[in-house]
Design a protein. Structure first.
Length: 223
């Protein structure tokens, strides 16, 4: 896709009662890296993150009005995993998560300025991540083009849910997921809206407790 397509990023200055627009400039490495904006997030530190279509992840510096670019590098496993960013989310521990169009889910390591990727090889339902929210237990719920995922950020365990688990369908809509004030999760897809209580979702089979009733060594019972 041509990064010149789209209207860029515009903000309204209340003091001056005017608008200012930032656009992609191929001659300026500090410019916005794509004019088609998919998502914007102001994080807990007041930073502005911009997800673009085919222009990667951009971070806006309010003081310099420059943009830092995070671009997919096929030779690196620590870059952002795709240049089309659908959604940016900050969890309750102030971690930044990035959902991409074809590269799955990324978490940003601010200290090292690197990214870790979770994709279908790690258990994600689909690599087109369309929405992210957090429940009251600090687990992430992730909508994709092929199902719903639950991710425990501490253990990095991923669980997948689909139509066979009671969802209306497996394909979800861009940014159509939220956690309500009463703890329910609402997730909108191409076949309607799903809602559920995360505390009532079973994530695995409870194995029976193992009890030793007998022990034999070399076919002889041990006392």
């Amino acid at each position: 896709m041509d990064r010149n397509r789209g209207g860029g990023l515009t903000y309204f200055d209340k003091k001056k009662n005017s608008f200012k627009t930032y656009k992609y400039d191929p001659k300026d490495i500090n410019s916005l890296n794509g004019n088609s904006i998919r998502d914007i997030l102001e994080d807990s530190k007041g930073r502005i993150w911009i997800g673009t279509w085919d222009g990667g992840l951009n971070l806006f510096n309010r003081d310099t009005e420059n943009f830092s670019r995070f671009i997919f590098d096929p030779e690196s496993d620590i870059s952002v995993s795709d240049n089309s960013v659908n959604v940016i989310f900050e969890d309750s521990n102030n971690r930044i998560w990035i959902g991409t169009t074809g590269g799955g889910l990324n978490i940003f390591n601010e200290r090292e300025m690197t990214f870790k990727t979770f994709d279908s090889e790690e258990g994600l339902a689909g690599n087109n991540v369309l929405g992210i929210t957090e429940d009251e237990n600090r687990n992430l719920w992730i909508t994709t083009n092929n199902g719903l995922n639950l991710l425990d950020p501490e253990t990095e365990n991923i669980f997948t849910f689909g139509r066979e688990d009671g969802l209306l369908g497996n394909e979800f809509t861009h940014k159509a997921i939220c956690a309500s004030s009463d703890g329910l999760i609402y997730a909108g897809g191409t076949e309607g809206i799903n809602y559920f209580n995360p505390d009532e979702i079973k994530t695995g089979i409870n194995l029976p407790e193992i009890v030793m009733t007998d022990l034999s060594i070399l076919n002889k019972k041990s006392e």
